[in-house]
Design a protein around this ligand. Structure first.
Ligand code: PLP
Length: 488
């Protein structure tokens, strides 16, 4: 691998990407004049156009991306998103609109918001949506704030939130951040919520049960309506983490499962690319009982026009500037309308089919703690490979050599040495087969040449990093020892 210097190291004073001839017309007024706090930046690299283009193009090739290869990071739904939706979001009427434009000049944008709320309502069976939350965990926090507001309104504030041990890790954090004490509910032998445990824990102190469905094992909570009945009978609310909605669209609706509040991840299911650090969307849907507490202002239809309603006496208030990440909503709407009802259903069915194809192809070679059929993802463990001293980390690192992004590791916590694999519906059968062959080869290598796995990856720009040290003390400059495997 060729050494790639920092862009600062190739800087030469006076170099420019391009130069324009001197103006021969009068110079207009610079609208930013007086706004810039500094005239120049000390040490700013000075490079030619080809140097800057090559530097960043090469760096981009060091990264894995869904445009390059399989990206089975479980729970994250790293699916390929149609580029046409990016085009739509870039239309000047969407990308260029000012967030404070008066209603009469923004009717089209308000229509996008309203239509998306309505369609998400139809997909999930919920009565009303807010599009403000910027991500999944933000949606969870907003959902918990709605529950807290509703309980306070009833004069029945409660202190505890129940969370199954198969829930996503953000759930306990969100409940805690909202001021609740978190109490764990154990899973049963099938990986589902243990009903007896729930019955016992569900007291009049419990504000809500937060359930991830399908849970992080990819298992559907078949007793969800019974669960809802238990929670409701003691005056609590049922929160469903709907980040895994990719498995359910067009097949079943959380609203029909008596769920009171749900968040979705637009940057998983609905066409915003995930994982690049870009903007996301975590819309929250509620049943009518919670609607008065939704954040404002709300888009409403009045006499054939769309208006923003800010006078919402019970609202928890704004949770995000303006209307959240508007262009993410545009992409979601474009995606939903282009697929249509049948297309969305097929999306989920193929996501489930792909995960089960992998599960069946690799069972026996990689340990499955739970034998329950799964939906859109499956969770193996390193139990068989441990006999040869190989861990899930070694397997994940070796996958890089086969051109595959490592799966989610060591999560959920109820599966020791977990490898959580979510292929999504966008992977062609051929790509799934390449992955399955790579996993089979790794299972063989674990027995025959374990040292190959322990020193993996071999084909990447940097070898195995000490991840704790790399996070605390990042060294961004290339050094030769980055190519040496380092193990803790
Ligand atoms: C991704 C995910 C979340 C959190 O979403 P963010 O947008 O990363 O905050 C919550 N729950 C589940 C099940 C998820 O997969």
């Amino acid at each position: 691998m060729k050494r790639e210097p920092l862009i600062f190291e190739v800087s030469d004073k006076g170099k420019r990407a391009f130069r324009l001839p001197k103006l021969d017309v009068p110079c207009g007024q610079d609208p930013w004049r007086g706004y810039s706090l500094r005239e120049s930046i000390e040490g700013f690299p000075q490079v030619s156009e080809i140097e800057v283009v090559r530097h960043f193009t090469r760096l981009s090739q060091w990264n894995h991306a869904v445009d390059i290869g399989f990206y089975p990071l479980g729970s994250c739904t790293m699916k390929y998103n149609p580029k046409v939706n990016e085009r739509v979001a870039a239309f000047p009427g969407f990308a260029g609109v000012h967030p404070l434009a008066p209603e009469e000049y923004a009717q089209g944008c308000l229509e996008v918001l309203k239509r998306t709320e309505e369609l998400l309502g139809e997909i999930t069976g919920m009565d009303a949506f807010t599009l403000q939350p910027a991500a999944g965990a933000h949606g969870e926090l907003v959902g918990m704030m709605l529950i807290r507001a509703a309980l306070a309104d009833r004069g029945d504030p409660r202190r505890v939130v129940l969370i199954p041990d198969s829930a996503h890790g953000t759930n306990p954090s969100s409940a805690h951040l909202c001021g609740y004490r978190v109490q764990e509910i154990k899973s049963d032998g099938s990986g589902r919520v243990d009903m007896a445990g729930l019955e016992k824990a569900m007291t009049s102190e419990v504000a809500a049960l937060m359930v991830t469905n399908p849970n992080t094992l990819g298992v559907f909570e078949t007793d969800i309506r019974k669960i809802a009945a238990v929670v409701h009978s003691r005056g609590g609310f049922l929160y469903m983490d709907g980040a895994n909605m990719n498995a359910l669209c067009g097949v079943c609706r959380p609203g029909d499962m008596d769920v009171d509040v749900i968040h979705l991840n637009l940057h998983k299911t609905f066409s915003t690319p995930h994982g690049g650090g870009g903007p996301g969307g975590g819309p929250v849907g509620v049943k009518n009982v919670l609607e008065p507490y939704l954040p404002g202002p709300k888009v409403d239809r009045r006499d054939g026009r769309l208006v923003l309603v800010a006078d919402l006496p019970k609202s928890i208030g704004r949770v995000r500037s303006f209307h959240g990440n508007f262009l993410v909503v545009v992409k979601a709407l474009a995606y939903i309308l282009s697929l249509g009802a049948e297309g969305l259903k097929e999306m989920s069915e193929v996501a489930v089919l792909n995960a089960n194809y992998i599960r069946k192809s690799l069972e026996g070679l990689f340990h499955l703690k739970y034998q329950t059929p799964t939906l859109h993802e499956c969770v193996f463990s390193d139990k068989f490979q441990k006999e040869h001293g190989i861990s899930n980390l070694d397997i994940a690192k070796r996958l890089i050599d086969y051109g595959v992004h490592p799966p989610t590791m060591s999560f959920p916590l109820i599966v020791p040495g977990a490898l959580m694999i979510e292929p999504t519906e966008t992977e062609p059968r051929r790509e799934l087969d390449v992955f399955i062959e790579a996993m089979k080869a790794i299972a063989r290598e674990a027995k025959e040449s374990p040292e190959l796995l322990k020193s993996a990856p071999h084909a990447s720009p940097v070898r195995r990093l000490n991840e704790t040290a790399a996070a605390r003390n990042p060294v961004l400059r290339w050094t030769e020892d980055m190519t040496e495997p380092s193990r803790e």
